[in-house]
Design a protein around this ligand. Sequence first.
Ligand SMILES: [Zn+2]
Length: 300
Amino acid sequence: MEIQKLNLKIGDYEIIPLPTGIFGLDGGAMFGTVPKVLWQKSNPPDEQNRIPMEARSLLLKSKDKKIIVDCGNGSDFVQKYGEKLGSKFSQMYNIDDSGPSLLKSLAAAQVRPDEVTDVILTHLHFDHAGGATKFELGQIVPAFPKAKYYLQKKNLETAQKPNLREKASYFPANFQPLLDAKVLNLLDGSKENILPFISVLTSDGHTQGQQMVKVSDGKTTLLYCADVVPTSSHVRTPWLMGYDLNPVLLMEEKTNYLGQAADQNWYLYFEHDPYCDAASIIRQGNDFQVQQRFSIEKNL
Ligand SMILES: [Zn+2]
């Protein structure tokens, strides 16, 4: 399917994808119970069975606001994990710090880190919150010094007391400095208008207290799907990740949210799809399929 170019403005915001770098995750883990013969067609794996994944943040840029949704693996700041974990971490996940990064993509969009007004974190797994903090003068501090950060309270509590299954994804270095600096604004469930034109929708199937970000001006709607629908391949209701904590709940949440997206012509924005930024979807019985894939371009 051809990828169509799209220029998007919603409310006052220019919609600008911020690729923060490709990394690799085991293809089997990314597709759970889906047989490899099916997923390898759309997502071919490397010799270690890893599939390429983008960590795609989003910039919402207006005159008054520079809002970032999620912060990627923090390839700009891997040294904050310490030399030993830093290099092991980079190797294990094949993190390439020579390519795009959050700060490079921000600079390309002509935004300095100290101009960022708000950072919405969908959840604190390292591939979403790694770039939220940085190492500076011997301490770890917020990467965006003037920004207010938004997170679900339930997700913070999960990250502070992770279960054994998720322990390797929640690093205190990615959130404790935000608490220390008192920049975290904790939300309690789905909420409309946390910022102009921006609402958050919660989901507990992948991890407790994840929030998707809905940007809408009534005419055009974009849903930042985070790990509820990490790639366009995961639009199918039963295509879930092995990482998801509660797959049955996640399928119910997908049926609800993707049903609204299909019926109201929302654009779905994919954080981890290495091939496209966004897609529109249609219903197919109780399931969904991609109607059109898009790449969001600043200037068309
Ligand atoms: Zn996650």
